[in-house]
Design a binder for this molecule. Structure first.
Ligand code: NAD
Length: 546
């Protein structure tokens, strides 16, 4: 069955709020959006939109029938109840993949999953606000820009970045590097994934073999040209080989699906045998994957020792490599403490929106609105312009840009006005990744190395979900295990619909103030002066400060 979101202004559901949830749910499974739609897998290893096909049908049916004072409850991808609430309440409340901490490990999760009792929701897969690889592109672009600022005088021109994994998220890396004027060599074990990135213009080309790839990237590096080249092979073999050959690499990172050892292909296992081997002998497969990750990370550390900028890109590969027996796995930092935390202190994070009309002209109009709203922000302007020119939409047209506290609600209110005036042809949904400033506890990623050591405190994402529910978000979700895997993170999401009504404006103002506000208070609480400065300049009320 091929699933695609409806387009246009005709409603299947009873209101734009529920129509929005229905379209975004279906959009997550659009073959142009999802990595394995036939299995309901959207991205990030096995991140799914619904538990199984009967659940998919039931969610679709319930959303179409839901009234404006009802709320659908979704438990790990399965609709379990519809309750009478009120018009300010979310239309959907979602809890995905949550387990009591002592039981929160992959073997137990998989046992429950095999029994049909749970589902892995990743971050935006099970909360229906995945917008394809663009969703991560700006964050990836910002990260590589931060690397360029830190080490290479503000540009990656004349540098070579080596990374692995060209999946749903990792596929953003080559374009983010070339947008920063650098050269990228991307190792991917599955030729179809690599080819898909070429088709969507995220990757420039796939080389026939490693020698061909090296001659292309080294020539481009010498000439100062931006270029991205994919090479098909196993990162745990190719990266050590690059180190052995003494290739002059400037930046090394990785976005294979290391968070889930069954989604990382060990050396010596063929692509064809992968799924059967992983499902029939998960423990043996896990051990082998970890040994390969140890070799992979050892090569990353080798490049670090030779002076390259090396960072973990949020997939837990250091933790898995340590379990695989490599004791220097944590020698290099995660990307959040290295580059992103100052942005989180300002309540900045991956704000995103999609045009329910399906009309790219609506996104072009919102792009112009963003440029007019924030004329002083040059980096934002550079991003919006490049995204307009270079990003291929997947599924419903959408856009992402990082906005902070005091900015997001202005954008949301503007979009709502544009819907009301008819400047946009249909409502807009406004959401974000769970990887945001105040919505996640993840000690190997978003909350790694917090100033006060509060990395594993998970009250914050729960408060985030509660405050978004109390503020009028259209759907709210609480997930476990996204990004870095089961047992390692708890996070929350919200999506709010701008349907052009005065009620939507009130909800948007509150949600898009309070949601990033959680980022400011979380970082003030942890002792960050940058966050204190934002709180006092923008009037965030924090009871025990000052
Ligand atoms: P994905 O499952 O869509 O893609 C992973 C890719 O890695 C696949 O194409 C797979 O073939 C490839 N791969 C697996 N083993 C390999 C090996 N040994 N050598 C080379 N390639 C191999 O996952 P995704 O959505 O691209 O996410 C990738 C990782 O990044 C996940 O762990 C995810 O949790 C994490 N992530 C990070 C961020 C961030 O902002 N840093 C955001 C989202 C996801």
């Amino acid at each position: 069955m091929v699933v695609r979101a409806d387009r246009g202004t005709e409603l299947t559901a009873k209101s734009w709020s529920t129509e929005a949830a229905l379209r975004m749910f279906h959009n997550n499974l659009d073959p142009d959006v999802a990595e394995r739609p036939e299995d309901l897998v959207v991205y990030g290893g096995t991140g799914k939109a619904a538990r199984d096909w009967p659940s998919f049908d039931a969610i679709s049916r319930e959303l179409a029938a839901l009234e404006s004072d009802e709320t659908l409850l979704v438990q790990s991808g399965r609709p379990v109840g519809v309750m009478r609430t009120h018009e300010w309440a979310p239309r959907v409340l979602i809890a995905n993949s949550n387990l009591v901490p002592d039981w929160a490990n992959w073997p137990e999760f998989r046992r429950l999953e095999a029994e049909g009792l749970t589902m892995y929701g990743q971050m935006t897969a099970g909360s229906w606000i995945y917008i394809g690889t663009q969703g991560i592109l700006q964050g990836t672009f910002e990260t590589f820009a931060a690397v360029a600022n830190k080490r290479f005088g503000g540009t990656l021109k004349g540098t070579l970045t080596v990374t692995a994994g060209l999946g749903g998220m990792g596929g953003a890396q080559p374009l983010a590097v070339t947008m920063n004027e650098g050269v990228a060599l991307c190792i991917e074990v599955d030729p179809h994934r690599a080819q898909r990135r070429v088709e969507t213009r995220y990757l420039d080309e796939v080389a026939a073999d490693l020698d061909a790839a090296l001659s292309r990237v080294l020539a481009a590096k010498a000439a100062g040209e931006a270029l991205s080249v994919g090479v098909v092979g196993n990162a745990a073999e190719i990266l050590p080989e690059l180190l052995r050959r003494g290739v002059a690499v400037d930046v090394v990172t990785d976005q294979t699906s290391a968070h889930d050892p069954l989604a990382y292909l060990p050396v010596g296992v063929s692509l064809e045998d992968w799924q059967t081997y992983a499902s029939t002998k998960p423990e043996e497969f896990t051990d082998r994957a970890r040994v390969s990750m140890a070799a992979h990370v050892e090569a990353m550390v080798g490049f670090m020792d030779r002076g390259a900028e090396v960072f973990d890109y949020g997939n837990s590969i250091r933790g898995e490599a340590q379990l695989g027996g490599y004791d220097r796995a944590f020698a290099f930092p995660g990307f959040v403490p290295a580059y992103i935390r100052p942005l989180f202190c300002e309540g900045k994070g991956p704000f995103r929106w999609a045009a329910l009309s399906g009309d790219p002209a609506d996104i072009a109009a919102t792009d112009r609105a963003i440029l007019e709203l924030f004329p002083e922000n040059e980096q934002l302007a550079r991003w919006i312009k490049m995204a307009g020119e270079r990003v291929e939409f997947q599924g419903l047209p959408a856009r992402i840009c990082w906005l902070g506290y005091g900015e997001r609600h202005l954008a949301g209110l503007k979009f709502n006005e544009m819907v009301a005036s008819g400047e946009l042809s249909a409502p807009i949904v406004i959401g974000r990744d769970h990887l945001d400033c105040g919505s996640v506890a993840s000690p190997y990623r978003e909350t790694e190395a917090m100033a006060d050591g509060s990395d594993a405190i998970a009250d914050w994402p729960l408060l985030n979900a509660l405050v978004n529910t109390a503020s009028g978000a259209t759907w709210v979700s609480i997930h476990h295990g996204g990004g870095v895997g089961i047992g390692r993170s708890i996070h929350a999401g919200q999506v709010t619909v701008a349907d052009g009504t005065p009620l939507a404006a009130q909800k948007i103002e509150r949600v898009l103030t309070n949601d990033p506000g959680m980022g400011v208070i979380r970082h003030v609480d942890a002792g960050y002066d940058e966050a204190r400065a934002v709180a006092s300049a923008k009037g965030v009320h924090i009871p025990m400060e000052g």
